[in-house]
Design a protein around this ligand. Structure first.
Ligand code: SF4
Length: 329
């Protein structure tokens, strides 16, 4: 285990990244199976992407969450920006983002995100954030400003947002939806039985309702949600979550292997095999999701640009089929 992930050296000090987890017993980190192998981050474009993030003073979830795909994604200029700071007000048992009291919002951030998207030349961008339970609107207005700034700086880029749950923040969702992102993603993360231990600050049905409400407010926006597996859930529970997401009319599901960031985080209960992921993918398609991504290294934003193109094509094909069916009636 690397102390780099437990102690935050970025501001010249040695603050604990997860003070609320400091007194928990250590969970030894299991050795990864052979099927989980990632590329080392040494491509020249990786370094260019990194330099641009620093130049624009932007935070990325790729770095903060210690994502295993960073070598691959950044060598293609695919960085997922994390807005509203690098400190989260929640303390989920799976997440490596620093917890604590965040700093005030940065008014210049929306324009800097827009500039970065334009400089990277992105067809599709994913923007996420920390939870900001300290703000009256949970950061909804800031999300909307970022969406508008990206549109202004790079009008052809499609925009995917991955938001918090806006728990107890009435009317926040409407503010974000009114800015019309192309994809609205909110991750359920795990099955309802594990919420109290894995995602204690969240409520399963609130997260489901959020996704349902996005579609009710604007059916043209694609909705997307993801789960980590390997946290102790079982197959029937995953299939039930898929059903719940389809009832909420969610278009796109992602499933990936949970990897334990430090000894203070929830342990990996099992490494799900590639065959089991293929089974989940087949089940999800059978249940009617327009797009499915399920593999050990799948993350919400992994291959998001090519997946978005397929998602859009799948909806067009479905609408064409409905139209031709209607015409033949
Ligand atoms: S999968 Fe997402 S979070 Fe991970 S490196 Fe790629 S873009 Fe960043």
């Amino acid at each position: 285990m690397s102390t780099r992930l437990v102690i935050d050296h970025r501001k010249g000090g040695a603050a604990l990244r997860h003070p609320e987890k400091a007194h928990r017993p250590d969970n030894p980190i299991a050795r990864k199976p052979d099927w989980i192998r990632v590329k080392a981050p040494n491509h020249p474009v990786y370094h260019e992407t990194r330099a641009l993030m620093r130049e624009q003073k932007l935070v990325t979830v790729c770095e903060e969450a210690a994502c295993p795909n960073i070598g691959e994604c950044w060598s293609q200029r695919h960085a997922t920006m994390m807005i509203m700071g690098e400190i989260c007000t929640r303390a989920c048992a799976f997440c490596n983002v620093t917890t604590g009291m965040p700093n005030p919002l940065d008014d210049g951030e929306p324009e800097r995100v827009g500039e970065a998207v334009a400089k990277l030349g992105l067809r599709h961008v994913v923007i996420t954030s920390v939870d900001r339970d300290d703000l009256p609107d949970g950061g909804a207005a800031h999300f909307a400003r970022v969406i508008r700034a990206v549109r202004a700086a790079s009008s052809s880029t499609t925009i995917e947002i991955l938001t918090p749950d806006f728990l107890r923040k009435p009317a926040s969702l409407e503010v974000v939806v009114a800015a019309r992102p192309d994809v609205f993603n909110h991750n359920l993360e795990t099955v309802p039985r594990l919420y109290t231990t894995i995602r204690p600050g969240a409520r399963y049905y609130q997260s489901l309702r959020l996704l349902d409400d996005v579609k009710r407010h604007d059916p043209s926006i694609f909705t997307k949600s993801g789960l980590m597996v390997g946290l102790g859930e079982d197959r029937p529970e995953i299939l039930q979550v898929m059903d719940d997401l389809r009832v909420a009319d969610v278009d796109f599901i992602t499933l990936g292997q949970y990897l334990q960031p430090t000894v203070k985080h929830a342990p990996v209960r099992d490494f799900v095999t590639p065959d089991a992921f293929a089974d989940y993918a087949a089940m999800a398609r059978a249940k009617g999701f327009l797009q499915v991504s399920a593999s050990p290294l799948t993350r919400s934003s992994y291959h998001a640009d090519s997946d978005f193109a397929e998602l859009r094509a799948a909806r067009e094909a479905k609408l064409a089929a409905v139209r031709s069916g209607a015409e033949s009636v």
